[in-house]
Design a protein around this ligand. Structure first.
Ligand code: CA
Length: 230
């Protein structure tokens, strides 16, 4: 049984979440503020955490940072905030995904399932044997040999394209923020250069996607970042 910790101070929403999650055989723990969320996260070791960003005692982003100090439990953020900066702060602090309020229960459950599936996937390290070869209907990538193929053809990537692709492929399904990609690939002084990302992602799509203008695998989340959809 999957154990989920719901951190939310809106009692009606907590009730709706509990009923829906229990009906799908999740075991549910509840916290209505950041302090009790951290205590329960440590005591109950949930498989996944659903976290509201607007809590009475703490900023939800600080809850994420605290949990990430000792745990890799997937965190799905609920955000009523409409600016993408808050979501980006949450993702950069270590959240795995977000759902914007108001959300449909089906959407939340789909994101929860995806988050727990990723947790059960092999570790996010290219060294793990099962994780060295990533194959889609369109292309295959050998992360150790650093080879990309489309059918019989070898695809040549520049070191920068490779670096970007590697980060996305080793986090399947996960939204990686623009700032994280810029930091990891270009370094700390390039955090504003989102145009670099657009250029390089367009190049990768031309090399890897059947229809680069309507990508199937390398997905843009406008204003937020990019996602490899396996
Ligand atoms: Ca709230």
């Amino acid at each position: 049984m999957t154990r989920v910790l719901v951190v939310e101070d809106d009692r009606q929403l907590v009730r709706a979440l509990r009923i829906n999650l229990q009906a799908r055989r999740f075991e549910v723990d509840e916290a209505s503020d950041g302090g009790s969320a951290l205590r329960l996260a440590a005591a109950r070791k949930p498989d996944v955490i659903v976290l509201d960003l607007g809590l009475p005692d703490m900023d939800g982003v600080d809850v994420i940072k605290a949990v990430r100090g000792w745990s890799r439990t997937p965190i799905l953020v609920l955000s009523a905030r409409h600016t993408s900066e808050d979501k980006i702060r949450a993702l950069d602090a270590g959240a795995d995904d977000y759902v914007t309020k108001p959300f449909s229960m089906d959407e939340l459950l789909a994101r929860l399932r995806a988050a727990t599936r990723r947790r059960e996937a092999p570790p996010e390290s290219p060294a793990a044997a099962e994780f060295t070869l990533i194959t889609t209907a369109e292309f295959s990538v050998d992360l150790v040999a650093r080879k990309v193929r489309r059918g019989e053809r070898t695809v040549r990537l520049t070191p920068t394209e490779w670096h970007l692709l590697e980060i996305l492929l080793t986090h399947p399904g996960r939204l990686i923020t623009q700032s994280r990609l810029l930091l990891e690939v270009w370094g700390p002084t390039y955090s504003e250069h989102t145009n670099y990302l657009r250029v390089y992602m367009a190049q990768l799509r031309r090399k890897l996607e059947a229809d680069p203008s309507r990508p199937r695998y390398l997905i843009t989340e406008p204003g937020m970042g990019y996602r490899f959809e396996p």
